[in-house]
Design a protein around this ligand. Structure first.
Ligand code: KG4
Ligand code: ZN
Length: 339
């Protein structure tokens, strides 16, 4: 079964064709990062306009790459929530138009479920149940993946998402947006033990995350150094920050794996590209005899192959959308309105 996936929840316009949820036949991603960079973050209004301009060429490219016509597609999956509402609406409306014109089924997809599904594209042998840490720019979730479309969230962030913390810390250190990947690169040249940074805990909720105190500690260090006119060893600070976040994320995931009796864990989302997190988790999982899955770097960030993959599993579970489908800026991963 061939699913066309469409993604426009933030600053990437993407389309892809995936067969049976696991084989990428084509993938096209148009990133607007350079345009948003000069504003230090995504400008929603600009993102929506660019999606409107880019969506047809991107979908056409995904079909052309594999030489398929719309008639040969079996279903149209689209990111419906969560995300920037104006950006989401472009993809949702376009997918509705395609579905109406072709008569192909329309399948709504939760963006974070899509991030998790990126693992099925790289590791088709991975099958629920397992435990997944999803860390992106807008979300940090620790969730049981009970089935492809059934989730039970056991931890979430109380303030900043992990990617947001990376981006804000990076900004304080003087790196351009999106800072996460640059902070990662600089961290690899620094000493992770140079700074002892706070590891905030959430009272009474051991699986929840809190990153704002850690981010504030970094911002204060940078400001204090600037006030005293001291040069800050920024690579050491980047390495210490990255090491601390990796310890928090690894600690939570492995504690939950122990408590909930999981031998298989996965990570997903933009921050799952982080080298410090990947290395630390790989070492700790190997030591504890836990199977760890993470997506290849090419599938960590936003793309439509992951949406087409999840769309396949939603379709198998009987999920369909009508022509009244609407986008939503927020929606819990375990309570999608269409289920
Ligand atoms: O999943 P994603 O592409 O978009 C959302 O759904 O939010 O995640 C983007 C986030 C950004 O905050 C970005 O800085 C972060 O992922 N990110 C990283 C790395 N690559 C991307 N953070 C840390 N290290 C990286 N290598
Ligand atoms: Zn994303």
């Amino acid at each position: 079964m061939k699913i066309l996936g469409i993604e426009s929840s933030c600053d990437e316009t993407a389309a892809a064709v995936v067969e049976n949820g696991t084989a990428i036949l084509s993938s096209s991603v148009n990133s607007q990062i350079q345009e948003h960079q000069k504003f230090g973050g995504v400008v929603p209004e600009i993102a929506s306009r660019r999606h409107t301009e880019n969506i047809i060429p991107v979908v056409q490219d995904a079909l052309d790459q594999v030489g398929l016509s719309l008639e040969e597609i079996d279903g149209i999956a689209v990111t419906t929530a969560p995300g920037l509402i104006g950006a989401l609406l472009v993809g949702v409306n376009f997918a509705k138009g395609l579905s109406l014109a072709t008569g192909k089924p329309l399948i709504p997809v939760h963006h974070i479920r899509g991030h998790i599904a990126a693992n099925y594209l790289a590791h088709p042998e991975l099958k629920p149940p397992y435990l997944c840490l999803v860390v992106s720019g807008g979300h940090s979730h620790l969730t049981e993946v009970l089935d492809y479309t059934k989730f039970h969230v056991i931890g979430r962030t109380r303030d900043d998402a992990a990617g947001e913390a990376f981006d804000k810390a990076a900004r304080a250190m003087g790196f351009p947006y999106p800072g996460g990947v640059i902070l990662d690169r600089e961290a690899q040249k620094g000493n992770p033990a140079a700074y002892r940074l706070p590891r905030p805990k959430v009272d009474g909720s051991p699986y929840d995350f809190s990153f704002s105190g850690l981010k504030t500690a970094v911002v204060n260090l940078v400001h204090n150094a600037a006030q005293k006119g001291e040069a800050l060893p920024v690579q050491d600070l980047a390495a210490s920050f990255q090491h601390t976040v990796a310890e928090i994320l690894t600690g939570h995931l492995l504690m939950a794996a122990r408590d909930y009796h999981y031998q298989t864990v996965a990570i997903a989302g933009g921050v799952s590209a982080n080298s410090g997190l990947r290395t630390m988790l790989s070492q700790r999982c190997e030591r504890e005899g836990i199977r760890l899955y993470f997506p290849p770097l090419s599938l960590c960030g936003d793309n439509a192959a992951m949406i087409a993959s999840q769309g396949y599993f939603e379709y198998q579970a009987g999920v369909r959308a009508g022509m009244d489908l609407n986008a939503s800026p927020s929606m819990p991963i375990d309570e999608c309105v269409w289920q």
